[in-house]
Design a protein around this ligand. Structure first.
Ligand SMILES: Cc1cc2nc3c(=O)[nH]c(=O)nc-3n(C[C@H](O)[C@H](O)[C@H](O)COP(=O)(O)OP(=O)(O)OC[C@H]3O[C@@H](n4cnc5c(N)ncnc54)[C@H](O)[C@@H]3O)c2cc1C
Length: 527
């Protein structure tokens, strides 16, 4: 790394700084070069959002601070709120800085799906939905990410998921639907849904707990820099620079900084820098604040990042807008209850039990936008509510018909083919064998024999960035030398290495909440 920078003729300011550093001790030289080297190594990313990125490499600590706070959290989604709740429980003064005018990030608009092998109501046993365990959840998660995920971090996620779900029920008033789904890439019925059917159910519960413990959320407050003297492994994070309206303020941090700033699906340049195949023309399911500047600021003070090229498409977004609204969650919840996906020719094109990346690629390979999910009335209570479906129909999202032929005609796809496809799929379900796509059938699946029938159009949109800051199981951010950076924690989608190459649906909420709680607890305790 250092050698590369010294040889890089494109980066004179880096060379000058390194020459200066040659006069210092070898240790100081190495550590000084980390800050510069990281900024230079990620120079492409740095230049994306920061016009003054060269100056940023040499920014000195502020002469004076405007305010001093124990624990500062960047981002007001699942991870930030969970961290705030735990940090506040230990008597620390905790604030969340949120750049958007409203709280919640992607979390509040999320589909409401939470994976846990168990819950305090023992829903799986009650609904007679078969076996599950933390081991199975872990295996599915690692396999679903092509084994790029860290087994150690996944272990924390799956083992912490149930306690965190119950914690929100007991302390935040969270209510769960009396149903469980088996969704793409999972081998068990473990996907819980909150009553509201959107992430707000969880964010409100978390906010209630955190505010009860003294949390203050500051909206329209954009963090524009992280202050650290240099990247000497002993030197802690000192504070942050925040832009509030036209004013800039420096907040000193006495205990810790927690980064909970989410992913970068909306940062087209950053997406392109790491994965050019995710072309700008793709729609995106995320809120506009899902940009990656906090990852770059953390890198600039020595943090390591990993797997930034792993970017997920959600296969079931609204084909026109990319929005992931309540109707767009039905195709995700449906596989375990027998939903069928067809292309514009009325034919199946993939195993519906497959992971999101597999389904998305299969859709793209049909070469015909959009594809459709088909389900019937009997499946609605398993996937959602009658009210949601009615609202979705009023918005033109769901199409309803008494017969499959009528449904196909309304969709403008060949009726004969749709009827034949569904008849064949029903017979496969009865035989328990799918010679076409090897779908795994379960006794909870419902054949599409009786109407009314419903359909929804679906197409991939950019959804989740699996890569991000490297953390350990204590949610400490790791520097490029492998050391935890003192007083710096991260949780949620801003981190990398949990989900591997592909996140299984419903795993992000427990990831954010479990690691958010760990970050908050450690930040307040150890600083
Ligand atoms: C539409 C949608 C549906 C989803 N459904 C599901 C689901 O059902 N189940 C599941 O497991 N996962 C789902 N996901 C994924 C999951 O919701 C996200 O991974 C999760 O919400 C991320 O939470 P977070 O706390 O890490 O970040 P976020 O909730 O995105 O919060 C980060 C916040 O940080 C703020 N921020 C960023 N940079 C700065 C800065 N410089 N200064 C100040 N503030 C900043 C952002 O504005 C944002 O509000 C869904 C995602 C989307 C987009």
């Amino acid at each position: 790394m250092i050698k590369e920078n010294q040889e890089n003729k494109e980066l004179p300011s880096v060379r000058v700084e390194e020459e200066k550093a040659m006069n210092a001790s070898r240790r100081t030289l190495l550590q000084g070069a980390v800050t510069l080297g990281v900024a230079a190594a990620s120079g492409l990313a740095m230049n994306l959002a920061m016009p003054g990125s060269a100056e940023a490499m040499t920014r000195a600590l502020p002469n004076q601070w405007d305010e001093k706070i124990d624990v500062v959290i960047v981002g007001s989604g699942f991870a930030g709120l969970s961290a705030a709740a735990e940090a506040g429980a230990q008597g620390s003064k905790v604030i969340i800085l949120e750049k958007r005018p409203t709280y919640g990030g992607n979390s509040i608009i999320n589909g409401g799906e939470y994976n846990s092998w168990d819950d305090k109501f023992h829903l799986r046993q009650k609904l007679n939905l078969g076996e599950d365990s933390t081991d199975l959840h872990k295996t599915d998660t690692l396999k679903g990410g092509d084994f790029y995920g860290s087994p150690e971090l996944v272990d924390v996620l799956v083992k912490g998921a149930t306690a965190s779900l119950d914690w929100m029920v007991d302390n935040g008033g969270l209510k769960l639907r009396d149903v469980l789904n088996r969704t793409g890439g999972h081998t068990a019925y473990r996907t819980h849904t909150c009553d509201e059917g959107v992430g707000r159910g969880y964010t409100e519960a978390l906010k209630k707990i955190a505010e009860g413990r003294g949390l203050e959320i500051r909206l329209n407050a954009e963090v524009t820099w992280i202050w650290r003297k240099d990247s000497d492994p002993l030197n802690p994070i000192e504070g942050v620079e925040v832009k509030i309206g036209k004013k800039t303020k420096n907040i000193q941090i006495s205990k810790a900084l927690i980064l909970a700033s989410g992913g970068f699906s909306r940062d087209i340049k950053m997406r392109q820098a790491f994965n050019p195949s995710i072309v700008p023309e793709f729609n995106c399911t995320n809120q506009p604040g899902a940009t990656g500047e906090m990852i770059r600021y953390a890198q600039a003070v020595g943090a390591d990042a990993l797997q930034l090229a792993f970017i997920q498409l959600y296969p079931y977004a609204d084909p026109e807008t990319g929005i992931l609204d309540a109707p767009a969650v039905y195709p995700f919840r449906g596989p375990g209850y027998g939903i069928v996906y067809v292309n514009k020719l009325g034919k199946r094109f993939v195993n519906e039990m497959e992971r999101r990346d597999v389904v998305s690629m299969a859709q793209i390979k049909t070469g015909m936008k959009p594809t459709y999910s088909i389900f019937n009335e009997a499946m609605i209570p398993k996937m959602g509510t009658k009210e949601e479906v009615e609202k979705g129909m009023a918005k033109g999202r769901f199409v309803k018909a008494e017969t499959l032929a009528e449904l196909a005609t309304k969709l403008g796809i060949p009726a004969d083919a749709v009827q034949e496809t569904i008849k064949t799929h029903n017979s496969y379900m009865a035989d328990g064998k799918d010679p076409d796509f090897s779908r795994q059938f379960t006794k909870s699946m419902i054949p599409l024999t009786e109407g009314p029938f419903y359909a929804i159009a679906q197409w991939p949109a950019v959804h989740h960035t699996m890569g991000g800051l490297r953390i350990n199981k204590e949610a400490q951010v790791i520097d490029i030398w492998g050391n935890p950076i003192p007083r710096l924690y991260a949780a949620g989608e801003v981190t990398g290495g949990v989900h591997g190459s592909n996140r299984l649906g419903g795993n992000a909420v427990p990831d954010c909440i479990v690691f958010g709680r760990i970050a908050g607890t450690n930040a307040a305790k150890k600083g």
